[in-house]
Design a protein around this ligand. Structure first.
Ligand code: SAH
Ligand code: SF4
Length: 358
């Protein structure tokens, strides 16, 4: 039975070197896992058989199984993964840019972003979010976070040294699982592993201001994205109940203290919901709120799901909102709905699976 065996993906290279002796073997094994994407110890050809057997008795490598996969016409692939305890969570492979050819020659390779989950379910309970409807089940381990990127790269034959960006925007609130999150960030950064630097990793948070400070103090070089969604506390508390404890002001103050690469900006995500927060008065307040911060705003269409009480805004109101921000000096993009023909917003693939099982 594999069930209770720890995964090697839970360990940094240094920890592996403590567990596996001689330590150069630990490095070789790290290479097999992160450069060759092996799933079984028998594939590690330069590792002595006795060690391979010992390892396979005590550990597993990848703790995930692909339970379901949906491929969108735009290249987005959504995975539903089953964990060792049978729980499920989602990961999305997003194609951000296509291959670029000049005179028949490839001049720039396609660019990809992997959207990973940090928990099964979520405690924050946002009123617009499908993940919240299922409540909270458990934190993901560092290994289960790392495994998502490995499994998705492997499934897409994406070599270890080809770049990807990671966004912690799948299921769960990453800062509510800070220890495992930061361990995963460090494992991703290892130069002898996937070598995904901090600047290629973005942590999206609903705004736990004390944890934003804690992450900042760790100085991992990661970006943060703040799910702001509202400009006054009353509406924000309706949308994100824990805004009562971490109000808008406390988040803005924490963002100001967060170490940010001088060439970069803090991303503020603003989920636009028809007739709730899509008016120009809100846009004006947003400009004021973000003055003095090197910010970039990403407007997101609310993505309706069955039983959701909110509505998707019109394209026209999105563009008007964007124009107001841009005319007042804020960088602002509208997130295009990638994978709209599959189950785009977080939690929706899992929901579909559950409905089909009913
Ligand atoms: N918990 C973190 C990260 C995961 S949610 C956070 O809240 O930031 C990732 C993003 O998906 C958030 O910006 C969230 O607001 C957005 N989201 C959730 N439900 C959505 C929906 N129905 N339509 C569009 N975006 C949604
Ligand atoms: Fe949790 Fe983010 Fe969904 Fe809110 S939007 S319930 S914080 S996953």
């Amino acid at each position: 039975m594999n069930l209770l065996k720890p995964s090697l993906l839970d360990f940094t290279k240094e920890e592996l070197s403590q567990k596996i002796k001689p330590s150069f073997r630990a490095k070789q094994i790290f290479g097999w896992i992160y450069h060759n994407y092996v799933d079984g110890f028998d594939e590690m050809q330069n590792i002595p058989k006795a060690l391979r057997e010992e390892l396979s008795q005590n550990y597993i490598i990848n703790p995930l199984k692909i339970a379901r996969k949906e491929i969108s016409t735009d290249g987005t692939i959504k995975y539903l993964f089953e964990l060792q305890d049978g729980k499920t969570m989602e990961t999305v492979w997003l194609k951000m840019k296509d291959d670029i050819f000049e005179d028949g020659k490839l001049v720039q390779e396609a660019k990809y972003t992997i959207c990973v989950s940090s928990q099964v379910g979520c405690k924050v309970g946002c009123s617009f979010c499908l993940t919240a409807k299922g409540g909270f089940t458990r934190d993901l381990t560092a290994g289960e976070i790392v495994a998502q990127v490995l499994a998705v790269k492997k499934d897409n034959n994406h070599a270890h040294n080809r770049r990807v960006n990671i966004v912690y925007m799948g299921m769960g609130e990453p800062l509510d699982n800070l220890d495992n999150l930061t361990k995963a960030i460090k494992i991703f950064q290892d130069e002898e592993g996937l070598a995904i630097s901090g600047k290629r990793q973005t942590v999206s948070t609903s705004g736990l201001s004390n944890k934003i400070d804690k992450l900042g103090k760790m100085d991992l070089g990661v970006h943060i994205a703040i799910s702001l969604h509202a400009v006054d506390d009353e509406l924000r508390t309706e949308l994100i109940p824990m805004n009562k404890a971490h109000n808008i002001n406390s988040i803005i103050e924490a963002v100001k203290r967060f170490p940010i690469d001088t060439r970069k900006r803090v991303m503020f995500e603003y989920l636009v919901i028809a007739n709730k927060n899509d008016d120009i008065v809100s846009a004006k307040k947003l400009v004021k709120l973000l003055s003095g911060i090197k910010a970039k705003v990403n407007l997101i269409y609310f993505n309706p799901y069955e039983e959701s009480s909110y509505e998707r805004p019109t394209r026209e109101s999105m563009v008007k909102f964007q124009e107001h921000l841009v005319n007042h000096g804020l960088l602002c993009t509208i997130r295009d709905s990638k994978g709209i023909d599959i189950s785009a917003a977080c939690g929706q693939l899992k929901e579909k699976e559950l409905n089909q099982l009913k």
